[in-house]
Design a binder for this molecule. Structure first.
Ligand SMILES: CC/C=C\C/C=C\C[C@@H](O)/C=C/C=C/C=C\[C@@H](O)CCCC(=O)O
Ligand SMILES: [Zn+2]
Length: 670
């Protein structure tokens, strides 16, 4: 009985649930068998367990033949068989050869009888693999599959059994074209004197830095020793213990592979609070310290909602402009784009967002990227709650939260109705990533549809008063674990089992149907009213425009206004120029305003703005800005070639993910 109890582990239960979710891809007889299974009986009846294991084995073979991991369609690894629990990394940073080299010592917990361990790798040169006692092991590195890398199979010297711990030492080198790493020339930095390197592992690029189970279903702790030449500073997504020639790091909280991060540059830091430093090149350090001075205040507000911050340190690193995202929630060290340095703290919401990932995403993690909304929808939802909690006037806080939600809805509507199309399967909350690279599925949908779903549930189930308690219970229950949407749903249904309102939730439509959300919350529209009125004024050519129209607008209202103009038919170019001059948008330092303004100019076919738009996409690499501007330029036939030419010239300065997605946006071959 003891053995049986052990065998039916949580991993198995997850595995079974996942297989059921995937049943459309399976032989129907097998999926029926799985669907009708009574798991309790498997725990009690030994023969049933054997049957289950045999069934799973057959199913696994079927999925294998399709090149899929049963738990994660984006990974070759087999976390239901064995999981990496800890990694000891020793790396040397070689700027001349654009290479990391060294070793990864993996500590693996065996969950089933196995004869081999399967890992993900991409473009790595494996030099040797040894067992703990120094025995050299054979391995097989399959031919690379574009964008997924190579399956690395390591036959074990002898079969391993349940609960066994094994250690494997893998000596390897990364490639200069590792998709997770960007190696910058000195001219791409502010100091112009030294090179720079940084990583972006989310979603599945960690495999290009180390051989690993590159699936968020697996969480591991890590220690690292990294050697870099003087005068470089090495930073990682961990607690920095020693900063000399050999930097050492410790990450005692288990993380998924996509949260492994490294940056090496000539950096300075400033203390912002008891657990916070900001890091950047010296040219940005003062501006960065000013822009992010309120970080500790945000951390405390986040803790009031979610409980103690578990990662000890919360540092920020302001990267060079080619960093492709607004922010990346690397534990202990959020990476941010320098486009946040607006000089007015107007993009603080991005910092609050990254802080909230310390709970949703980093502690409670989507089991694979089909359930990305559990990371991002929750984070946006919490970001808005915490943002509002910083406003002392209750009504104003409510208005402000709803206004941000309306801005989010505006972006969601553009994505679903104009960009992706309402029938597009990528507009579902839970997506099918079999054969779809997560970087191709990325959009605002998991962020905004996910957050809107949670807001709908909150309103339905009794408001913040009850929902905040649920959130804390959920975080507590799933912390340091990975989960899928069914587990979230089961937990919510159980938590609110006495609440009849739950019966109203149309789960299938919310989770599995494409298009706009089935219900839009009854948001407070007082802050959008002025924007709607201004839109009507601008659309009537008889009205003259002057600065007083927008004098009392917050930056967010200006953004809301510009976004509304983007979503309607283009204004005549003369009218748009008049508007730009009258409302001072053309000279704004806020990149959220600038990118929308340039989109409007392109859409109104203002030829005098083409060079400025190209200069904007060349000066920074935040995909949120660069992709829509390029897509708008592409849609303007007369400038399409010029836009493509500009892209090709600048492609060598871009990070992999930017070049990869822009090639698709511009309909160029990979
Ligand atoms: C349904 C979506 C399915 C899969 C997508 C999974 C991963 C997407 C991958 O492309 C990586 C995303 C990394 C995001 C990092 C930060 C963002 O939150 C930034 C948002 C945009 C910005 O502010 O610049
Ligand atoms: Zn996020």
């Amino acid at each position: 009985m003891f053995v049986i109890g052990k065998l039916v582990t949580r991993q198995y239960r997850l595995h079974i649930r996942h297989l059921i979710n995937k049943n459309t891809r399976l032989n129907s007889a097998l999926s029926v068998k799985l669907k009708t299974a009574n798991y309790t009986s498997y725990i009690r009846v030994p023969w049933a367990l054997t049957l289950l294991k045999r069934t799973l084995h057959t199913v696994n073979r079927e999925l294998d033949a399709m090149g899929l991991s049963p738990l994660d369609p984006s990974s070759y690894s087999r976390p239901e068989q064995a999981v990496v629990k800890h990694v000891d990394l020793k790396l040397n940073v070689d700027f001349d050869n654009r290479q990391l080299s060294g070793e990864a010592l993996l500590t693996v917990n065996v969950l089933d009888s196995i004869e081999e361990l399967i890992l993900d790798s991409s473009n790595l040169t494996i030099e040797s693999i040894e067992s703990e006692d120094g025995k050299v092991l054979n391995y097989k590195l399959d031919d690379p599959v574009p964008n997924y890398g190579s399956k690395l199979t390591i036959p074990l010297p002898e079969p391993a059994t349940v609960d066994q711990k094994i250690k494997l030492r893998i000596k390897y080198k990364t490639s200069p074209t590792a998709t997770a790493l960007q190696w910058l020339e000195p001219k791409q930095t502010s100091g112009k004197k030294y090179p720079y390197m940084f990583s972006q592992c989310q979603p599945i690029h960690a495999r290009s830095i180390l051989p690993c189970q590159d699936s968020p279903a697996v969480k591991f702790t890590y220690n690292a020793e990294v050697t870099a030449p003087e005068p470089f500073t090495v930073l990682m997504s961990a607690i920095k213990e020693n900063g000399s020639a050999k930097a050492t790091f410790r990450q005692p909280v288990p993380i998924p592979s996509y949260l492994l991060a490294i940056a090496v540059g000539v950096l300075e830091s400033r203390e912002l609070g008891p657990r916070t430093h900001v890091w950047s090149e010296k040219e940005e350090i003062e501006r960065s310290a000013w822009e992010f001075a309120d970080t500790e205040k945000y951390l405390q507000a986040a803790e009031r909602l979610c409980g103690p911050y578990q990662w000890t340190q919360y540092d920020l690193l302001v990267l060079p402009p080619s960093f492709p995202y607004g922010g990346m929630e690397n534990p202990c060290l959020t990476f941010v784009t320098p486009t946040l340095l607006a000089g007015d703290r107007s993009q603080a919401d991005v910092i609050v967002h990254e802080i909230m990932h310390s709970w949703t995403g980093n502690l409670v993690t989507n089991t694979n990227f089909e359930h990305f909304w559990l990371n991002e929808g929750f984070t946006v939802f919490l970001e808005r709650k915490v943002g509002a909690s910083l406003i002392s006037d209750k009504e104003e806080a409510h208005r402000s939260r709803d206004f941000s939600s309306l801005l989010g809805l505006q972006e969601l509507t553009e994505t679903i109705k104009l960009d992706l199309g309402e029938q597009n399967p990528l507009t579902k909350l839970v997506v099918n990533l079999t054969g779809v690279h997560p970087d191709d599925a990325f959009s605002t949908v998991p962020y905004e549809k996910g957050s809107l779903f949670l807001r709908y549930l909150e309103d339905l189930l009794g408001g913040s008063a009850v929902f905040d308690d649920f959130l804390r219970a959920y975080l507590n229950k799933f912390q340091r674990q990975s989960l899928d949407t069914d587990q979230f749903k089961a937990y919510l249904l159980d938590y609110f089992k006495d609440n009849d309102a739950l019966k109203k939730v149309d789960w299938t439509t919310w989770l599995h149907k494409a298009g706009m959300p089935p219900v839009i919350p009854d948001y407070d529209t007082s802050m959008t009213k002025a924007v709607t009125a201004l839109l009507a004024k601008v659309n009537d050519p008889n009205n003259s425009l002057d600065y007083n129209d927008v004098r009392i607008f917050t930056p967010q209202q200006v953004i809301n206004f510009l976004q509304a103009l983007i979503d309607q038919d283009p204004l005549p170019v003369d009218r748009l120029r008049t508007l730009g001059d009258a409302y001072n948008v053309a000279t704004s330092k806020n990149s959220e305003i600038t990118y929308r303004w340039l989109r409007l100019c392109i859409r109104s076919r203002d030829e005098s703005k083409i060079d400025e738009a190209l200069q904007f996409v060349n000066s920074q690499g935040r995909m949120k800005y660069v992709r829509p501007v390029y897509r708008d330029l592409y849609a303007w036939e007369a400038v399409r070639e010029k836009a493509i030419e500009n892209f090709l010239k600048n492609e060598p300065n871009m990070m992999h993910v930017s070049a990869y997605t822009l090639r698709k946006d511009l309909h160029l071959k990979e």
